[in-house]
Design a protein around this ligand. Structure first.
Ligand SMILES: C[S@@+](CC[C@H](N)C(=O)[O-])C[C@H]1O[C@@H](n2cnc3c(N)ncnc32)[C@H](O)[C@@H]1O
Length: 220
């Protein structure tokens, strides 16, 4: 956008797209942009990030549309996935808990999801996912989602902290060139071996221009 565009140009465009499409997530994004967004929000909302999360929501709608308890999203960044999950009419999700290690994420996630925060259906927590005691959580999670497996140092070590039988949705990728990626896998089969799920409801690969994303839905 040129420097002579008005400061609220992005807000006006997004409000226009929300009006055109009736998409409430775009409306929520417009408000976030209007009252201050982090500089790297564009990465969280780029077409590859949204594409992989749409893929996730579509798969969940097929195999696990009504999780039996709140959905915990780990490594949730700015809460984009929570917004998509709570907006999708095919899913029945009582609440989303959005967890990230980076304290800058929670305030942004809660502003993006402000409608759901007001209804008591969304909260953002700053925590290390390695330290969450899911066995003691009340109410019990209906599903734990981790789309940031590639960022963990020890994926099997994290999985070992979870109760057996817990419903899980995991994503990883083969994008080894990204310096923050510590646990990339070369194939879907390698991801299945790394995850060691006791039951698998979905296993798939989504090729993109520079890398392939992998997803598993099942039980620990
Ligand atoms: C780049 S983002 C998300 C990438 C992911 N592929 C996605 O689209 O959801 C990775 C996030 O994981 C978070 N993260 C990394 N290690 C974590 C941990 N141990 N506990 C909680 N969050 C963590 C980071 O702070 C970051 O916000």
């Amino acid at each position: 956008m040129t420097s002579d565009a008005p400061p609220d140009a992005f807000y006006d465009i997004l409000r226009g797209v929300a009006a055109l499409t009736g998409n409430r997530v775009v409306g929520d994004l417009a408000r976030l942009v209007a009252d201050g967004m982090p500089q790297d929000l564009w990465i969280a909302f780029n077409h590859k990030q949204i594409g992989s999360k749409r893929w996730l929501v579509d798969a969940l709608a097929e195999v696990l549309p009504r999780p039996d308890g709140p959905v915990w999203v780990l490594g949730a960044w700015y809460g984009v996935l929570g917004a998509l999950l709570l907006d999708d009419p095919r899913l029945t999700i009582p609440a989303v808990v959005s967890v990230d290690l980076d304290p800058a994420c929670a305030p942004v996630a809660e502003r993006l999801n402000r409608r759901h925060v007001a209804e008591g259906r969304f909260r953002a927590v700053t925590a290390d996912m390695m330290t969450l005691g899911f066995a003691a959580q009340e109410p019990s999670p209906g599903l734990v989602i981790n789309t940031s497996c590639e960022h963990l140092v020890d994926v099997p070590g994290w999985l070992a902290t979870l109760p057996t039988g817990l419903p899980l949705l995991l994503q990883s990728n083969d994008y080894v060139r990204e310096p923050d990626h510590r646990s990339c896998v070369p194939s879907l089969e390698a991801f299945q071996a790394q995850a060691g799920l006791s039951e698998t409801l979905f296993a798939g690969a989504l090729p993109t221009k520079n890398y392939t994303r992998f997803m598993l839905i099942g039980r620990r």
